[in-house]
Design a protein around this ligand. Structure first.
Ligand code: BG6
Length: 254
């Protein structure tokens, strides 16, 4: 649109798209590190992006995080026509309730007047408990829905910030640091090259599944996330990135 062309955001979008070599990029004005409302603007852009890409009867898998919480707040009832079923992308990752995928999934569905299903699994599971839980019919059913989702919307975080926020055990944090993780998304930690160096064990969508999903939208902004965005996108070329000017300008500077 005209406003974006005039403000130079379109130019930023083109630059970031070719720099990261990804499907599409949307850049909103501002820096979410400095102004919290910028997350809502990314949310608004994300909802528009969903509307453009979804047809009827869709399953949308979402992660947790403060950015996704802002996306949920911007969801509109017009999406009702599409008939969306919202599901959490993965099980417990060690987040506070307000940041959990289940919480955000339910909120999104409420705002979009869609339906939702939740995944009730504990954060830390022994192998044994894990094996028996995935056989539980009620859980299996939700896992099948998650696996057949045609859209995934997720956040991207700085690796250490996320590990600390999740109150990860100190040995695990050490491992994450030693392996030079810089990015985190849905429980996977990535190094600068975009290689997985650690992952939180939980059920739900796995990285291999994400690569097969038709529409993947990553929503992440703020100059402090530039490194993380760059690293994550190295292995996510078929994703759409919704970011802000703060992150975009920092990405170009790097
Ligand atoms: C988590 C997601 O809940 O939120 C991650 O699972 C993401 O994919 C993180 O890295 C980002 O959180 P925030 O609060 O920075 O949006």
């Amino acid at each position: 649109d005209m406003m974006k062309e005039v403000s130079g955001l379109k130019d930023l979008e083109r630059k970031i798209k070719s720099l990261l070599d990804i499907k599409d990029v949307i850049v909103v004005a501002g820096d979410s590190d400095l102004s919290p409302w910028v997350k809502k603007e990314m949310g608004r852009a994300c909802v528009a992006c969903m509307k453009e890409r979804l047809t009827s009867q869709s399953i949308v898998a979402v992660t947790g995080g403060t950015t996704l919480a802002a996306v949920a707040e911007m969801m509109t009832p017009e999406l009702k026509q599409i008939d969306i079923l919202f599901v959490p992308a993965r099980g417990g990752l060690g987040e506070d309730v307000k940041n959990q995928a289940n919480t955000i999934c339910a909120r999104m569905a409420e705002k979009a007047m869609g339906n939702y299903r939740l995944l009730h699994v504990p954060d830390q599971l022994s192998d044994e408990a894990y094996q028996s839980m995935i056989e539980e019919p009620a859980i299996k059913e939700v896992l099948d829905l998650i696996r057949s989702s045609n859209m995934v919307i997720h956040g991207i975080g700085d690796a250490i910030t996320m590990a600390e926020r999740r109150k990860t055990a100190s040995e695990e944090i050490e491992k994450i640091k030693q392996r030079r993780a810089v990015a985190e998304a849905f429980g996977y930690y990535f190094n600068q090259e975009g290689e997985v160096v650690h992952k939180v064990k939980t059920m739900g969508i796995q990285l291999e599944d994400v690569k097969k999903v038709e529409h993947v939208i990553a929503v992440a902004g703020g100059a402090s996330k530039a490194k993380a965005i760059k690293a994550y996108m190295k292995q996510a070329h078929h994703s759409v990135l919704i970011t802000d000017e703060g992150a975009a300008r920092e990405l170009i500077r790097e």
